[in-house]
Design a protein around this ligand. Structure first.
Ligand code: KG4
Ligand code: ZN
Length: 337
């Protein structure tokens, strides 16, 4: 299965066998193109995907020592994501499907993030609770069966990764902010700023904008009183508060749902403090924790191929007229509990 990912600012192509065996994963990052704008510019992203996609497909095939004849099917992110960026991947997948006479499968990007986990943990079995945290999404789901999800919580405002990026911008750490905060925090005091843990103990929804605003407020207060504050301390304090909320809500969800397996995935799952704290808490609660290695946490094509292989097996290929859907929800519908 060849997987194509173009929902945001990474052109990713990966090749897998089944939904658990990784053969190659190649990324063409656009970080340098978006850096000067301080965030992802949708038109630039779409154009760069157009330029990068074919060379990235070639590299992924080379890395897997395969050619197009070895590929049985093509998976592509059809949403959610940036509309113009998604269309590039979807059009390429459909063209390749027609040209090579291969089935094409549309994949929900967030289901891709979950399936990244299985590339390194092929024996994983549901039920589990999964925390999916990225630049655009914050989702806590109960994986009832393979491919069957019940949404427990989501964000009421900013996604966790978005909050990392915005706080990094205020601190002049540039783009993308998450990795910069992660690094800076290793030299900061997480107790330097007294920050709230928004919606602590209040169900499974998140409010990260509240935390970001609290950081701004603290900074302004200190500036007015002439008190100097090290930006590493701000980074560490913000990260600690964000991690606390993620860990507590995930563990509470696992307890309520009655599972002892926890998955953490998506770009923010690359965060060292989140990984460390999740490990400690899962350990003391005798829960099994699954987090993809950092290179599979961020957007990539291999995770789309893995989810696509599963979808192809259970549902067959997608209808030829499927379209990119920037606000795609399925299969993460919020059913009543
Ligand atoms: O999953 P992803 O690559 O793209 C989306 O689907 O959005 O996630 C990107 C997000 C960005 O907000 C980035 O700042 C954040 O993940 N991120 C991190 C780290 N690495 C990436 N956030 C915190 N710590 C990190 N180490
Ligand atoms: Zn993502």
């Amino acid at each position: 299965m060849l997987g194509i990912e173009t929902s945001c600012d990474e052109t990713g192509v990966g090749i897998v066998r089944g939904s658990t065996e990784l053969l190659s994963s190649v990324l063409a990052s656009q970080e340098d193109l978006h850096r000067e704008f301080g965030g992802v510019v949708p038109e630039i992203a779409a154009r760069a995907h157009l330029e990068n996609l074919i060379p990235t497909i070639r590299r992924a095939l080379d890395e897997a020592s395969a050619d197009l004849r070895d590929i049985d099917a093509i998976a592509v992110t059809s949403g959610p994501g940036l509309a113009g960026a998604l269309v590039v991947g979807v059009s390429a997948a459909k063209s390749l499907g027609v040209a090579c006479d291969k089935p094409v499968v549309a994949v929900n990007h967030l289901e891709g993030h979950i399936f990244a986990t299985f590339l390194e943990h092929p024996t994983f079995e549901p039920p589990a609770v999964a925390l999916i945290v990225s630049g655009g999404h914050t989702l806590l789901v109960h994986i009832e069966q393979m491919g069957r999800y019940r949404v427990l919580g989501t964000t009421l405002d900013d996604a966790v990764g978005e909050a990392f990026d915005k706080v990094a911008r205020v601190l002049d750490y540039g783009f993308p902010g998450g990795p910069a905060i992660d690094k800076a925090a290793t030299e900061g005091n997480p107790e330097a700023l007294d920050l709230p843990r928004p919606m602590r103990g209040e169900g499974f929804d998140f409010s990260m904008a509240g935390l970001k605003t609290a950081v701004m407020y603290e900074l302004r207060k200190r500036a007015e009183s002439g008190e100097r504050v090290r930006r590493q301390d701000v980074a560490a304090s913000f990260q600690e508060a964000a991690v606390d909320v993620m860990v507590e809500k995930t563990m509470a969800a696992a307890r309520v749902v009655g599972v002892h397996r926890v998955i953490v995935c998506g770009g923010v799952a690359a965060n060292r403090r989140l990984r460390e704290k999740m490990e400690a808490v899962c350990d003391s609660n005798r829960m099994d924790l699954y987090i993809p290695s950092p290179k599979l946490c961020v957007d990539n094509g291999a995770m789309i191929a893995a989810a696509g292989a599963f979808r192809l097996q259970v549902e067959g290929s997608s209808p030829p007229d499927f379209e990119a859907a920037s606000d795609l929800v399925e299969p993460f519908d919020r059913r009543p509990t």
